[in-house]
Design a protein around this ligand. Structure first.
Ligand code: FES
Length: 258
């Protein structure tokens, strides 16, 4: 059953229950293998082999950001909570908002966030009633860990004729290595590990330069006469790269120039 409740500055207020929309899990990208039990539109709930109940991501287009903050009770917390899924034992309770002028007004909480820990106690996937109990009993100031779903923008990257999907914010050199591609030209000597010292991570951008973050020194200095070259360790896929691309790069530009 689904519920919609409010924890106000003066205590708890409850709104009418709304119909259940629990449905089978369609996809997960859980960090730990687990058996999916219930899900809402974005958050799923799993129980791992170790018996831990935890949230996972239903939509692989999203990843999880962790947020730490503290709220001083006065006397409540001023956090609005909504239970969007419940299988009787586990639930998905999301933040619906914060009370204007309440203790949590200046917290980083946003609608859709879920509460992961309260004063160090793991509260992931608790039902609304269980979560409320923990929050009511929590001593002030209350230390929170919350989780937020963040959109993962994808960009199509063509490397020497092969196509790969990279994510927004991903470092180009580390992304190449993660896809078992060479992040550095070993024939040029040892690499500096991404410190912009060795220049062995150079790539040539053939097309879609705006998919990458803009070059800054030392790139602009070292490649003054080669404006299409980038240091893989200094270039990242832009966070909003989904709107541009594709990016086409060639590895080993030094060799090709010889
Ligand atoms: S890894 Fe050395 S400059 Fe990029």
């Amino acid at each position: 059953m689904l519920s919609f409740f409010f924890l106000t500055t003066t205590g708890w207020a409850f709104s009418p229950r709304v119909p259940s929309a629990t449905r089978p899990l369609q996809a997960t990208t859980a960090a730990e293998e687990c058996t999916p039990l219930i899900d809402s539109d974005k958050w799923g709930v799993c129980v791992s082999e170790s018996g831990k109940s935890m949230f996972n991501v239903v939509d692989p287009a999203f990843e999880v950001d962790t947020i730490n903050f503290v709220v001083v009770k006065n006397p409540g917390l001023g956090i609005l909570l909504e239970e969007v899924a419940n299988n009787g034992e586990l639930g998905v309770v999301v933040v619906a908002g914060v009370v204007e002028g309440g203790p949590a007004e200046d917290s980083p909480l946003k609608p859709g966030d879920v509460i992961s820990k309260v004063n160090g106690r793991d509260v992931e996937a608790k039902t609304y009633d269980d979560l409320v109990s923990v929050l009511v009993e929590a001593t002030s100031p209350v230390e929170f860990v919350a989780k937020r779903l963040v959109k993962r923008y994808k960009a199509l990257v063509e490397v020497d004729g092969e196509k790969y999907e990279f994510f927004g914010g991903e470092n180009l050199r580390r992304g190449l290595i993660a896809r078992k591609l060479p992040g550095n030209d070993k024939t040029l000597g040892p690499n500096c590990g991404g410190d912009a010292q060795c220049f062995t991570c150079a790539v040539e951008v053939i097309d879609g330069a705006d998919v990458l973050t803009a070059p800054k020194p030392p790139e602009t200095i070292v490649f003054k006469d080669r404006p299409t070259w980038r240091l893989g360790c200094q270039a990242s896929i832009r966070e909003d790269a989904a709107s541009s691309g594709p990016l086409t790069i060639a590895l080993y530009p030094n060799r090709k120039q010889q």
